[in-house]
Design a protein around this ligand. Structure first.
Ligand SMILES: Cc1cc2nc3c(=O)[nH]c(=O)nc-3n(C[C@H](O)[C@H](O)[C@H](O)COP(=O)(O)OP(=O)(O)OC[C@H]3O[C@@H](n4cnc5c(N)ncnc54)[C@H](O)[C@@H]3O)c2cc1C
Length: 396
């Protein structure tokens, strides 16, 4: 049995940030979580939301409160890169393309958020074609208005950011244990944690950051009100010269008016692990569903039909980028965590356990701030001023 002051369960984007913040003040911190699977189709463990090359970053989020949290996180990217020596951030800007006639995913209007928080941006109203001079490769209907949010909006590499958080946490003395936790029990002065290989750890407090797997193991006395949701992305391959031609293209969030797909997001050409350049596009589809158990999530990653909407994804990608010469298309299976009120859960669950999860497909950019919020809550019950506590509580 190994004893720590704090154990973070889940070494993903929230967990790695939480570990860094805890280890700033305690020399006795561990994070327990496995590495990324080598082969998703034969993998027998847990998966994660951050297995990709890029995540979009923008200060104009889905609400003022979520935007503030995102901004706190963005303020730290350069510091994280410098302290870890690991680059992960490209402030290339982001376009938000929306229409007042299409139902969107926002809690508040992006224009109102930008105004309220004084976020620098350029607005192109419905029917104003002047955006085309700046972003000639894109095509959007003139029923939509466009906000260009310049740097610091852009992209992060989520795997590299995680590595950066881990490197700094280790410099601060944190221990990384690559295991899956299956059981958390609490007695008067300790949390007892058991892993799948039968190892046991103890901590004064545990912080659970396991994303879509929050309700899959015996981590809490009751199930928490969050749920996993399948998500599909398409990667459109382009040649290196096409990638060079498109240099300067910003990230894109697009409330599309389409009979099949909703809530488009896109990253410009990026070189992936196989050496090829891909434009990534994600969307919500009518086939998205909510796997309830570990077995159901594993089944999605091993056998899920991510090609069910490939033709629609290809059609939409070609409509948004009509002049781009795509070489091929492939889809990937992904997973998100949602909560009923569209705010992450950041809360104390029992006397000694805390949780941070559920960011509706936009938690990567804010993960550093979410890690700080749950770490401070666990260390000294602190909550940031100006952020309504109730929005983030475990509600049944
Ligand atoms: C396709 C897609 C696109 C996205 N795009 C964006 C974007 O553009 N911008 C953005 O900001 N966000 C985006 N997101 C969301 C973002 O990736 C997530 O919000 C973020 O990864 C959540 O972090 P997390 O730490 O809660 O979960 P995860 O990143 O999933 O990490 C959870 C970790 O817990 C571990 N774990 C699970 N169970 C256990 C266990 N029992 N014991 C130990 N460890 C365990 C897993 O191995 C994993 O490492 C996107 C997500 C998806 C799927």
């Amino acid at each position: 049995m190994t004893d720590f002051e704090y154990i973070v369960i889940g070494n993903g984007l929230f967990g790695s940030a939480t570990t860094r913040y805890l280890s700033q003040r305690s020399k006795d911190v561990a994070v327990i979580g496995p590495d990324e699977p080598k082969d998703e189709r034969t993998h027998d463990g847990v998966y994660a939301s951050h297995y990709d090359e890029r995540r979009l970053v923008r200060a104009i989020g889905r609400s003022v409160i979520r935007s503030k949290i995102g901004q706190w996180a963005m303020d730290n990217y350069r510091m994280l890169e410098e302290r870890s020596g690991i680059p992960f951030y490209e402030p290339i800007g982001c376009l938000i393309v929306n229409s007042d006639r299409v139902e969107d995913n926002n809690l508040e209007s992006p224009r109102e958020i930008a105004r309220t928080l004084n976020i620098p941006h350029t607005y192109y109203g419905e029917g104003d074609p002047s955006w085309r001079e700046h972003f000639p490769y894109f095509e959007f209907p003139d029923t939509h208005w466009i906000i260009h949010e310049p740097a610091p909006a852009g992209l992060i590499d989520p795997r590299a950011m995680l590595r950066a958080q881990n490197v700094i946490a280790q410099q601060q003395g944190a221990t990384i244990i690559p295991e899956i936790v299956v059981d958390v029990a609490e007695n008067r002065d300790r949390v007892q944690i058991e892993t799948r290989t039968g190892k046991r750890y103890r901590a004064r407090k545990a912080i659970v950051t396991v994303g879509a797997f929050t309700n899959c193991f015996n981590l809490f006395p009751d199930k928490l009100p969050c749920y996993a949701e399948t998500e599909i992305i398409v990667l459109g391959q382009v040649s290196p010269s096409e990638a060079t031609r498109l240099r300067g293209m910003p990230a894109l969030v697009y409330t599309i008016d389409d009979p099949v797909l909703r809530d488009i997001y896109m990253a410009p050409p990026v070189r992936y692990g196989d050496g090829n350049f891909y434009i990534k596009m994600g969307a919500n589809t009518p086939g998205d569903y909510n796997p309830n158990s570990l077995a159901e999530i594993q089944d999605w990653f091993r056998h899920g039909n991510s090609d069910a909407y490939l033709a629609d994804m290809e059609r939409v990608l070609r409509t948004i980028l009509p002049d781009v010469d795509f070489l091929s298309f492939q889809t990937k299976r992904c997973i998100l965590t949602r909560t009923p009120n569209k705010y992450p859960i950041i809360d104390q669950v029992t006397e000694r356990t805390y949780v941070a999860t559920g960011a509706h497909g936009s938690g990567a950019k804010s993960s550093d701030a979410i890690g700080r919020m749950v770490a401070e809550l666990a260390m000294d019950g602190r909550w940031p001023r100006g952020i309504p506590r109730d929005l983030f509580r475990v509600k049944k």
